[in-house]
Design a protein around this ligand. Sequence first.
Ligand code: MN
Length: 189
Amino acid sequence: MQEIVDRIFCKRPYAFKTHDATRLHYDLRLEWNGVLLSWAVPVGPSLVAEEVREAIEMEDHRAENILFEGVHETGTIMLWDRGAWAPQPGFEDVEDSLRNGLLQFTLYGEKLGGGWTLSRIRNAKDMTRPVWSLHKQGDLFARESSDICVLEEFPNSISSGKPLEKITLDWPIPKQRHEGQVSLFDARS
Ligand code: MN
């Protein structure tokens, strides 16, 4: 039954990762047509509708990595939030929305919910990647700017409950780590 409901509302897997790379950032992943549409969000999402976050468009990632948590060669990756997403009415043609630079969607995550907007703000020729803005729409899931930041309220992994440091510490020894990476990631990761 849930599967039928999900299909009617066009719900697809969603994840937000915390990535301790050269610079700590967050990675938004929206599954679509077998790949993960990907944006790097330097300061992470905000539930305050007025707070617009920069989201840098990245190449599509492999869908099977959506729930990965562990030590990647680029740094430790935490599964910060997971759930489903769906394009909002008028944005169901996701390829067209991406081409037009405006995607309005709903998140059904464990930490993030409600309506969100991704809007392309510039695509300068001298820039390697298009930059988008990400912001929460004003609805029941939105918070006041005086409320606690969702990143501070729920900093740990949604799957293991661990903070970044613990995920790094608990990861297998380097040799196994390398073998694990070879099977989990390809050149695009
Ligand atoms: Mn990343």
